[in-house]
Ligand binder design. Structure first.
Ligand code: ADP
Length: 274
């Protein structure tokens, strides 16, 4: 568990980006942001860090590709869009990362995979092998097969949101740090969209009832889990002994500041605030 100063030493890092970071408010892909993200993550890999990227955005990108303006309500329609969008999204990541000298790999997960021993071990081995080769695994939920509605053996097959997935992946790969990039600067002591005077919390040492209460739902039409999902991710990270930073994904260059120990976003760490 670390204070800010120790973040520079974190070697294996899982990043999560949400749809609101990857797309413009109209739903189209934000090319310059995805490009800068790929550049910064490639640069961190050049510094010797092992990078995993958990990305949302498949449905949004699929909508753009098929020129569909409104997110469909039917599950099968959304899953079809995710199938189209996932290819497109990976094509973009692959192109951008390769421009910066890095190879990416796609891993699509469902809850069943991480809940059952054998597939979980297989997935962990695959991650380990990719990371040892210096490849950047890019992870998403397998949206085309898992939904909240889909019950497999009486169990919900979905992670619900990629925030939870990113924390599960961080635990699976035994990451040193989880960085969740959102459309907001960090965790505030109250939902800022309802409380203009809300203050940004720089350090959270435990998920107390007050912290859980502060976290509300999503503020945007594109976000899914809202802050409650990020707190759930922080719980999983705490339980796994992994530090987590929640920061704004608007400016990917600020990722460097996290590793420089600057007061960016909210650090969730049991260590004392330093
Ligand atoms: P993303 O798609 O980037 O993951 P979400 O929309 O899922 O983002 O979650 C971030 C949103 O959560 C913020 O934009 C904000 O409106 C909302 N929110 C609710 N409670 C809080 C809080 N206590 N601190 C910060 N944001 C909060």
């Amino acid at each position: 568990m670390a204070g800010r100063g120790e973040l520079r030493h974190k070697r294996r890092v899982v990043f999560k980006v949400g749809t609101s970071t990857l797309t413009h408010p109209n739903g189209s892909i934000n090319l310059s942001r995805v490009d800068r993200l790929a550049m910064v993550l490639s640069d961190l890999a050049n510094m010797g860090k092992e990078i995993v990227l958990v990305t949302s955005g498949a449905i949004g990108v699929g909508m753009g590709k098929l020129k569909i303006a409104e997110r469909p309500s039917a599950t099968a329609e959304r899953q079809a869009l995710a199938a189209v969008g996932q290819c497109e999204l990976m094509q973009l990541y692959s192109k951008l990362f390769s421009e910066y000298g890095h190879v990416v790999a796609q891993i699509l997960l469902t809850r069943d995979v991480v809940n059952s021993e054998r597939p979980r071990a297989n997935a962990a081995n695959t991650f380990e092998t990719l990371l040892k080769k210096g490849i950047v695994p890019i992870v998403n939920e397998n949206d085309s097969v898992s939904t909240e509605e889909l019950e497999i053996a009486g169990r919900n097959s979905s992670f619900g949101d990629n925030d939870t997935l990113s924390a599960i992946v961080a635990a699976l790969v035994k990451a040193d740090l989880l960085v969740i990039l959102s459309d907001i600067d960090g965790l505030y002591d109250a939902n800022p969209s309802e409380n203009p005077g809300a203050r940004l919390l720089s350090h959270v040492a435990d998920i107390t009832p007050d912290i859980a209460m502060a976290a509300g739902g999503s503020g945007s039409a594109l976000g899914t889990g809202g802050m409650a999902a990020k707190i759930q991710a922080a719980r999983i990270a705490f339980d796994s002994g992994i530090d987590m930073v929640l920061a704004n994904g608007e400016n990917p260059g600020a990722i460097y500041d996290i590793f420089d120990g600057l007061a960016v976003g909210t650090l969730f760490s049991r260590g004392p605030a330093r």
